[in-house]
Design a protein around this ligand. Structure first.
Ligand SMILES: [Zn+2]
Length: 358
């Protein structure tokens, strides 16, 4: 497995073996055999530790919620209690960014609690419960709908920020970023970042892709728009191997049991290497062949379950190279490829594949 570590660049200026000592122009007997360490620079090349962080994605919350994406307040209270009982500390997107950039560490048990779409219930329902556990979270706002019906107002956004929450962008209009042309996508990313940054104290450095949709172009534009970190709704925890512009989040929906929630807390990321076609590459055929190497020792490639939008996908295994090959039948638009390992510990990874017939 590839472990990114601090890269230490040491520039060594070799001894001038012939007794010639640089600009002084005269032989210097004392310079013989001296290897001078001219400069030592520590370049952050990635995380220095092997941490894992479960990022949760919520929307609105209410008592007796019935809508699919609304979580009943009582369920959230139970989930928070379990996190607290298990010793989880809450972290913000900026801390995850620091960690992934090798500028800071994360607690051993880290959870990041995020909310999309900016519903007012963040302040009225979710935050009071989180306060009881000393947890803070992140709100990803749809910039153009702040102050709208059922949404936070800018004053409420500032109230969250003052309480230690991080405010991020969920774009201006919540369009599917993979369906926008490059200019429209940039306008959504850049415009919302500027609108939000103008209203809050801090920077708006984190983005949550609407509908969790991305491809390589979308990711490049998020970076170009000035975001430091971006979140998907891919499954499985983030860890030291996670791409900072594609951080997975486990989305919570109405009806997730506490048992399921507990399993998400326990599971690890499934590490695939050399995924081909690369993650983010747009497909022009409906049945492309994928290959990936299973990097986790102890995970037998034959025990994986691979699926496309919940439909099982059969695969071939090369035991010698631990490589799996599979050919999912893609639907037009966005597809979710998911690989699960149900051994101990459970492991999961998923990613978005966009297919557009040419
Ligand atoms: Zn959304």
């Amino acid at each position: 497995m590839r472990h990114l570590r601090y890269g230490i660049i040491v520039l060594v200026v070799a001894a001038l073996a012939l007794g010639f000592s640089g600009c002084r122009g005269k032989p210097d007997p004392e310079a013989d055999d001296v290897a001078a360490v001219e400069d030592v620079a520590v370049v952050p090349a990635g995380p220095a530790t092997e941490r894992r962080v479960l990022v949760l994605c919520y929307h609105a919350m209410s008592d007796g919620a019935t809508a699919t994406y609304d979580v009943p307040t009582g369920d959230f209270a139970e989930q928070l209690a379990l996190l607290d009982e298990e010793g989880y500390e809450s972290v913000l997107p900026a801390q995850i960014a620091d960690y992934l950039e090798g500028k800071g560490d994360l607690p051993e048990k880290a959870v990041c609690i995020t909310f999309d779409d900016g519903p007012e219930s963040i302040l009225t329902e979710s935050k009071p419960l989180m306060d009881e556990h000393g947890y803070t979270g992140a709100a990803f706002l749809i910039a153009d709908s702040v102050g709208g019906s059922g949404k936070l107002t800018w004053d409420q956004v500032r109230e969250l920020e003052a309480a230690g929450w991080e405010i991020g962008s969920h774009t201006a209009c919540h369009e599917k970023p993979t369906k926008l042309d490059a200019d429209a996508c940039m306008a959504e990313f850049e415009g919302s970042r500027e609108t939000i940054a103008a209203e809050i104290e801090g920077d708006c450095a984190a983005l949550a892709y609407p509908f969790g949709l991305y491809d390589a172009g979308v990711v490049a534009r998020a970076r170009e728009a000035g975001y430091r970190i971006a979140f998907t709704i891919d499954r499985g925890p983030a860890d030291w191997t996670t791409d900072i512009m594609m951080v997975p989040r486990q989305m919570l929906v109405n009806g997730n049991s506490l048992k399921t929630f507990g399993r998400w807390l326990e599971q690890e990321k499934l590490h695939l290497e050399d995924v081909t076609p690369a993650i983010g590459e747009r497909m022009e055929t409906s049945a492309p062949e994928f290959t990936a190497t299973v990097a986790d020792e102890g995970v037998s490639p034959g025990e994986l379950e691979i699926s496309r939008d919940g439909n099982p996908v059969t695969y071939l295994i090369d035991e010698a190279t631990r490589t799996v090959t599979f050919t999912p039948e893609l639907s037009e638009g966005a597809n979710n490829l998911r690989v699960n390992y149900y051994g101990s510990p459970r492991r999961e990874v998923s990613w978005v594949v966009v297919y557009e017939a040419s």
